[in-house]
Design a protein around this ligand. Structure first.
Ligand code: PSU
Ligand code: MN
Length: 305
């Protein structure tokens, strides 16, 4: 397995010396945001993680290798290259074997991070059960990955482009704890509220670290969702964003968008319909998640001694 992994010096040094590391995904760069905001976000988020006491490891696939940590020019490649594939669990064998360039989703990044020995991952939002998923069976592989791969995923919940109620039901079935970080309500990405509760509320990085540690010491494999609401000042109005999402869903249906194209299509439609406001919120929440993830990683490492 190790033959498929390569590390930057910074990440290699951190892992060898048992320093806290936070994994970051590349799908959000290649398929989640436009250029140049994506590259600016990617660099800023890495710096925020360093400033909060951990080492960032942005993960992507290139030249038949899973790269744990990317150089600036590699980040630039993920931000600008239009032929970057989106890589979830099912895509690893083909993308690695063909030498193509692949951006890892939440599921893909979890797999790679676990192989590298990383326990904490910061992202924007997780995938989930799509609306009308009971008809289309469109359920993100992020959910089945959370069931089996041992990462704490710090996110702002999931977008209400998804069916949040069914997403939470699915996570419950799969035994994935959904933790509200300083909130009782599961956040809906752009907005701090969703109308759905979390399973457990925790208010400090040390508390999250203790729950992670307990879960894995018990041999309860799999991940945790650490739902961290977007800061108040950056949040969008829940009602307004709902109207935008309904319009985006309608256009996706009219255009026959299916499979892995659905999420990127909806993300860019929402951005277009909010005249870029959603992008500002998206960037703000990712930065916030990065800071919290770094603090959790530091607390978790302290626990390991
Ligand atoms: N949700 C967002 N922004 C994103 C994604 C989801 O708000 O960029 C990306 C993540 O990489 C996530 C993936 O893992 O989309 C889910 O895609 P799908 O629904 O095809 O599983
Ligand atoms: Mn899907």
């Amino acid at each position: 397995m190790k033959q498929y992994l390569t590390f930057t010096d910074e990440v290699r040094h951190a892992l060898d010396n048992n320093l806290p590391v936070v994994a970051l995904e590349t799908t959000i760069i290649s398929h989640g945001m436009p250029y140049p905001q994506n590259i600016e976000m990617a660099k800023e988020v890495e710096q925020i993680i360093r400033d909060n006491g951990a080492v960032p490891a942005t993960i992507g696939i290139m030249d038949g290798k899973i790269k744990i940590g990317l150089s600036e020019s590699e980040l630039e490649e993920f931000a600008t290259n239009k032929s970057v594939e989106k890589v979830s669990r099912r895509d690893f064998p083909y993308i690695l074997a063909s030498g193509k360039i692949g951006a890892t989703t939440v599921a893909g990044t979890m797999i790679a991070a676990q192989l590298a020995g990383i326990r904490v991952f910061a992202t924007g939002g997780i995938g989930g059960v799509h609306r009308e998923g009971e008809i289309t069976w469109d359920v993100s592989a992020d959910l089945t990955e959370l069931a089996q791969t041992g990462l704490a995923v710090v996110c702002a919940g999931c977008k209400s482009i998804l069916d949040i109620g069914r997403t939470l039901e699915y996570l419950e079935t799969q035994g994935v704890p959904v933790v509200g970080y300083r909130t009782d309500e599961f956040p809906s990405f752009f907005a701090r509220e969703s109308g759905f509760g979390v399973d457990f509320r925790l208010d400090a990085p040390e508390e999250v670290a203790t729950v992670m540690d307990t879960k894995w010491k018990l041999g309860l494999d799999g991940g945790l969702v650490i739902a961290n609401p977007v800061p108040e000042k950056d949040a969008l109005d829940h009602g307004k964003i709902e109207a935008v999402i309904l319009q985006a869903l309608k256009e996706a249906k009219e255009n026959g968008i299916a499979g892995k194209k659905v999420t990127p299509f909806l993300l860019s439609k929402v951005k277009e319909l909010t005249e870029g406001k959603s992008l500002q919120t998206n960037i703000a929440l990712v930065k916030h998640n990065a800071a919290v993830a770094a603090q959790i990683a530091a607390a978790y490492h302290k626990k390991q001694g």
